[in-house]
Design a protein around this ligand. Structure first.
Ligand code: ZN
Ligand code: ZN
Length: 493
């Protein structure tokens, strides 16, 4: 019996834990870094720091939890089974060492466990599952394992219409040849022309399914458990890069202009992108699940003796020996997959339906829905990134304007004052508005003089001062700002 690889942990549990960890750990780090970077006066500083620290802790716990449920494969061989990947990676057990396999809800009632008991009385929790997909796959693997450990199953009742050896009565594999020698006794047997015709028709029908056969071969050849874990790690890494970009954007916008909107957009970007990356990673897991269902449900019955033809998974009749991985039974028409050799449990075959096309269709639909979700996420991140870039541009323009004010450009000081006053491009700060407008007014900017007169009159960002207000309305009036002349008069009334 060649080795057969079956997913033990598909990796769905690990994927969602890693996704949550990425969605908490990285923004947590960004929050903590932001709160350290913010000046002490910023009111949100402590709140951001505390939320960040809590997110960091939960994220680390989730990483540990994801690591414990990382993808693993059970490799079935002739003598026993080995585990590749996961926390039992490298473990090998001979079939005769294993006493029993069972699946049950874990003590906390949180998920399901697959437990092996050895002949020496040791218990090994091979895998535990929380996600419904993961539980279903654990069950089908557990059933396969039980079947492997159990007695040889009762042979299926032989079909009445089965072609058999004339001398010894052993079933003859169907062929399109004129005659075939019996595998059991070697006697040559002529092949019934009706059987030959059915074989020819079935082979022609099988050939029309080349595309399906190719897809099955691809599923069977897919990389193992460690590759699934690498895919998850890659998704987490790419997410981390985007969070680093978000942190950089916060840095550039600067603590003066970093408001709830900018933080919201940044976090939206990070989260949506993280979700998109893990959606793409989920595609690899859809293939692992399909492999498990394919192997445990659609495999041909392994030959009873070496040299025998493999049997139809449905009726047990010998299958024609063809080149394809997908072979139809000439007696009942059911298609079986060759080369898997894990004895399918006949009673469970009914539950999964009969159609390989349906299974492949489900896998394709699963794949395309995760691709769509991933693409929507990438698109949304792109839009969010544009918004964030617009914020960066605004913040940089403001920083340039403030720099030109420092260089003595009066108009720039007036504009910076206005920005501080209304809170556009920068956090609203009436006192700073007054300071910049004062510099503009000192440089004989009429409108700035009128504006500080107004702030002085009403005590906005500066103590009320009627005399100073009057003086500045007068200066604005003198500099030619007509409205200020009227306001000066109104102040006396
Ligand atoms: Zn014979
Ligand atoms: Zn059949």
């Amino acid at each position: 019996m060649p080795t057969v690889r079956l997913p033990l942990h598909i990796g769905v549990d690990a994927l969602w834990r890693a996704a949550w960890a990425s969605a908490l750990l990285l923004p947590g780090a960004v929050l903590v870094a932001t709160s350290v970077h913010l000046d002490a006066a910023h009111q949100a500083r402590i709140v951001l720091g505390v939320i960040g620290a809590v997110a960091l802790c939960i994220g680390i716990a989730l990483i540990v939890y994801a690591w414990s449920a990382r993808a693993s494969d059970a490799v079935f061989g002739a003598d026993g089974m080995g585990i590749e990947g996961g926390r039992h990676g490298g473990t090998t057990l001979r079939w005769e060492e294993i006493a029993a396999a069972r699946i049950h809800a874990d003590a906390a009632g949180f998920g399901h466990q697959l437990k092996l008991t050895t002949r020496t009385g040791q218990t090994l929790v091979l895998a535990d599952a929380v996600d419904a997909t993961e539980i279903a796959s654990l069950e089908s693997l557990g059933q396969t394992l039980k079947a492997r450990l159990g007695e040889e199953p009762e042979p299926l009742p032989r079909r009445a219409d089965l072609a058999c050896c004339a001398r010894c009565g052993a079933p003859l594999p169907p062929t399109d040849q004129q005659s075939i020698s019996c595998i059991a006794c070697g006697a040559p047997n002529p092949v019934d022309p009706r059987i030959r015709e059915r074989v020819t028709m079935q082979m022609a029908a099988d050939r029309t399914q080349q595309a399906t056969a190719l897809r099955i071969e691809r599923l069977l050849r897919q990389p193992g458990a460690n590759m699934a874990s690498v895919t998850l790690a890659l998704a987490a890494l790419v997410s981390a890069l985007v969070w680093a970009a978000v942190a950089a954007a916060f840095w550039i916008v600067g603590s003066d202009a970093l408001d709830a909107f900018a933080i919201g957009v940044g976090f939206f970007n990070g989260w949506v992108f993280t979700f998109a990356m893990f959606s793409f990673a989920r595609i690899a897991l859809a293939r692992r699940r399909a492999l498990l269902l394919l192997s445990t449900t659609f495999g041909a019955r392994p030959p009873v003796k070496p040299g025998d033809a493999p049997g139809c998974r449905q009726c047990g009749a010998p299958l024609p020996v063809g080149g394809s991985v997908l072979v139809g039974c000439i007696y009942c028409g059911t298609q079986s997959v060759l080369g898997i050799n894990v004895r399918p449990l006949l009673r469970r075959v009914q539950q999964h339906g009969h159609s390989i096309e349906k299974l492949l269709g489900e896998q394709a639909a699963e794949r395309s829905s995760w691709i769509k979700l991933g693409l929507i996420g990438v698109l949304a991140t792109g839009i969010g990134a544009l918004v964030l870039m617009a914020q960066i541009v605004v913040a940089q323009e403001f920083a340039e304007e403030r720099a030109s004010c420092e260089r003595g450009v009066v108009k720039a000081c007036a504009d910076v004052g206005l920005s501080y006053y209304v809170g556009s491009s920068v956090r609203e700060d009436k006192a700073a508005a007054f300071r910049y407008r004062k510099r503009a007014c000192d440089g004989d900017h009429a409108e700035a003089c009128r504006d500080i007169a107004f702030q002085l009159e009403l005590g906005i960002g500066v103590p009320k001062d009627r005399e100073q207000a009057k003086a500045h309305y007068e200066k604005a009036c003198r500099l030619g700002f007509a409205k200020a002349c009227d306001e000066r008069k109104e102040l006396d009334e």
